[in-house]
Ligand binder design. Structure first.
Ligand SMILES: Nc1c(NC[C@H](O)[C@H](O)[C@H](O)CO)[nH]c(=O)[nH]c1=O
Ligand SMILES: CC(=O)[C@@H](O)COP(=O)(O)O
Length: 156
């Protein structure tokens, strides 16, 4: 028996948690994610967006949305850019751990679309320029994972 997540999102309800910090970047990640979801047949009315102050706040809101039972998956979008202190390391580590924990606790796909870079240029490259759009990439993973879990649940 094989399990597969098809790339048709017509039956999916998706929440997006996006941080406002570095919104020059996160706004483009959000555009990329929404465009990719719609181009894979997710209804615009089935895409709900929650804004948080910074990446550190993403896990809490992602957990709230995942636990609501109203969404097949949650996309998380943020941008953490290293500054002059070690603050970057703490934010990145806690955000990654927090999002992973929400996956484990809720068994709802919570996709990691947080860009973590050393420089602003690296972030720009990943927000719709030479390295693509990580928001769009996260949306693709979201559709596949949501449909994969539905496929597993229908067969086992
Ligand atoms: N430096 C960045 C932050 N810092 C803010 C934290 O995420 C958090 O909002 C604050 O510590 C209050 O709890 N956030 C980012 O998203 N990106 C950064 O580069
Ligand atoms: C990732 C951050 O928290 C960072 O932007 C903070 O900058 P700094 O380390 O210069 O305070």
């Amino acid at each position: 028996m094989n399990f597969e997540g098809k790339m048709n999102g017509s039956e999916l309800k998706v929440a997006i948690v996006v941080s406002r910090f570095n919104d020059f970047i996160t706004g483009r990640l959000l555009d990329g994610a929404k465009d990719t979801l719609v181009r894979h047949n997710v209804e615009e009315d089935n895409i709900h967006v929650a804004y948080v102050p910074g990446a550190f706040e993403i896990p809490l809101v992602a957990k709230k949305l995942a636990k609501s039972g109203k969404y097949d998956a949650v996309v998380t979008l943020g941008c953490v850019i290293r500054g002059a202190t070690t603050h970057y390391d703490y934010v990145c580590n806690e955000v990654a751990k927090g999002i992973s924990k929400v996956n484990d606790e809720t068994e709802v796909p919570v996709i990691f679309g947080v860009v973590t870079t050393e420089t602003i240029e690296q972030a720009i490259e990943r927000a719709g320029t030479k390295a693509g759009n990580k928001g769009g990439d996260a949306a693709l993973a979201t559709i596949e994972m949501a449909n994969l879990l539905k496929n597993i649940e229908s067969q086992v």
